[in-house]
Write a protein that binds this ligand. Sequence first.
Ligand code: SF4
Ligand code: SF4
Length: 284
Amino acid sequence: MVSIKRRLVQLAAAFAFNSHVAGFFRGTIYRGNLKQVCLPVLNCYSCPGAIGSCPVGSLQAVASLSTFYFSFYVTGFLALVGVFTGRLACGWLCPFGLIQELLYRIPSPKYLLPDWTRFVKYFILVIPVLLLPPMFAGDINPGTPFFCKWLCPAGTLEAAIPLSVTNSGIRGALGWLFTWRISWLAAILIFVILIKRGFCLVLCPLGAFYSLFNGISFLKISRDPERCNTCGKCAVICPLRLPERTMNHPECTRCLKCVHNCPTGALKWRLQITEGCASVHVKN
Ligand code: SF4
Ligand code: SF4
């Protein structure tokens, strides 16, 4: 039941974040006032349907200006989302997370990655997203948003491909960068068919940022040690194969499958402000 509920929310969010449908037919992007609003998920600014801004793109856009370097608005907004919900947005709202889950349903051999690979995304957050854009910003020309330009599969899938199909000007300007982006996208799509949420686990800079808050967020999964009989069902049912009894692991996207399948009801989804204070049990 929670899987159906979550899928409906994911679909509704993907549509809501990309509801400028006319843009797909006209080959243009929406530039109205809503575009100043930062979304809590990876959703390309240049997607013809996007009505808000991608936080990763916004961080780089500000960092590439010679005058600013750092966006307090975007960082503060993401920190607020992280402090309240951890990686909930990854599991319930992110369109690229949804795409990965659908691709993973394609029948193929499935694999697990060694634990160290998840640290790659922190490197991506720090180097191409936060450090390289300001380093290459000139006094007149802004620097390059390195992650958007070279590494973002969502940008290619949601923006570069639809715009190149419907906009002849963009199509005419395609060059070797587009070839690289298509090849990289193809590699990522194969990767996520074989590895559940492979991009989120290994490469996404936004997932890296939110993962820092998973253990301390107000909304979290709590385990009652008196009820838990250590049967390990939570680890078996976890789509990301996270270890049992480490609720709120940095990679947990809050799908809540463990909570709903715990045979003793030891797991609860709670709003807990501080350790030891009264907490509110969220109806699952
Ligand atoms: S290219 Fe990727 S990171 Fe950049 S704005 Fe688009 S979705 Fe965001
Ligand atoms: S980690 Fe995955 S779900 Fe979270 S923002 Fe990145 S792509 Fe989306």
